[in-house]
Ligand binder design. Structure first.
Ligand SMILES: [Zn+2]
Length: 329
């Protein structure tokens, strides 16, 4: 009897994860150990409206199913930017997606693929991936920060995503460190994102280089962008720092210190003492992580100071899609 059942029910061996970004849609097949077996990336037609984007997701998933048996699939997980209502499977107003108000993405996908479907905020997906298969796999609780274009976050409590009663927990990027500080995209002032998010950090670097140029100092950063300071990206600063450029090191040390200041407040509130830092900056030199650690340690309450750990995320750009797949595992 048992044997017949086993023969009839195919073993579930993998899940599909989709990372719906404003620039690219990344989809993959992930085995039960979090290993990527297959993946596809397409440029997101985010300006064409939700119907086209949803269609793109369907097509990529369909393509993965041509090589992997749908009967062996546990389900489809999708990570989306912005606000996601996980109860209704709805994606609301994702930033940088044109004409997108509220889309019941889970329902639409399930209509085409009769499999379990789960939708989650993209930063939460990346946090979950690090919790299950990455830097946070040996800790029960940690604060996750994605430092890249913006500053995103997630909270892992007892190995699960902590969403809060209204679903919006973990917005670490909008912790303000100065109520008179620079204006943030969200309308508040002094949010950490308004200091170290890609656009702000690049602008600040440009400013510093221009004032240094007056003093006759020339930074490696200028060489890397061939004098065109508009082209400065955090990776440029990081590369210059790796080559020993003093200005670049100072800028990243300051940014690390500011993030440390933010995290000290978060740690004071939550008393979760492990932080996993992901996003583009997770490839930055060690001194940036040391600066974050120092920034936390010098400001957090004394009783919270022991056992503070700042870890580098290990899954890189794949964290979002691996985490999405983990939603249905
Ligand atoms: Zn903000």
């Amino acid at each position: 009897m048992v044997e017949t059942e086993t023969a009839m029910t195919p073993k579930k061996t993998y899940a599909v994860g989709v990372d719906m970004g404003a620039t690219t849609i990344k989809s993959c097949v992930v085995d039960l150990n979090g290993k990527i077996l297959d993946q596809l990336t397409v440029d997101t037609k985010a300006s064409k409206g939700p119907e086209i984007v949803v269609q793109q997701i369907m097509v990529t998933v369909q393509e993965l199913f041509t090589k992997h048996k749908p009967a062996e699939c546990l389900g489809i997980g999708i990570g989306a930017p912005g606000v996601v209502n996980v109860n209704t499977g709805t994606v609301l107003y994702p930033p940088n997606f044109a004409d997108w108000t509220e889309v019941a993405l889970e329902q639409v996908i399930r209509k085409t693929f009769p499999l379990p479907v789960s939708i989650e905020n993209d930063a939460n997906c990346a946090a979950l991936a690090e919790a299950k298969h990455g830097a946070g796999s040996d800790v029960k609780d940690f604060i996750f920060v994605i430092w890249g274009t913006g500053v995103g976050g997630g909270i892992i409590l007892d190995r699960e995503i902590y969403r809060g009663p209204f679903g919006g927990a973990g917005e670490i990027g909008h912790v303000s460190i100065d109520y008179n500080g620079p204006l943030c995209n969200c309308g508040n002032r002094g949010c950490i994102e308004a200091y170290i998010g890609q656009r702000y950090l690049s602008a600040r670097t440009k400013e510093i280089l221009e004032s240094e140029a007056h003093e006759g100092v020339r930074s490696k950063i200028q060489e890397l962008v061939e004098g065109n300071l508009v082209r400065i990206e955090p990776t440029t600063i990081s590369m210059a720092a790796q080559q020993g450029d003093r200005t670049a090191i100072e800028i990243l040390e300051e940014a690390g210190d500011l993030l440390g200041c933010t995290l000290a407040s978060v740690i004071n509130v939550l008393d979760i003492r492990t932080v996993v830092v992901g996003g583009g900056i997770s490839a930055a030199p060690k001194f940036v992580f040391d600066a974050i650690h120092k920034g936390v340690a010098s400001r957090v309450l004394k009783p919270h100071r022991l056992a503070i750990r700042i870890l580098r995320a290990t899954l890189g750009n794949s964290a979002g899609m691996i985490g999405a797949a983990s939603l249905v595992m």
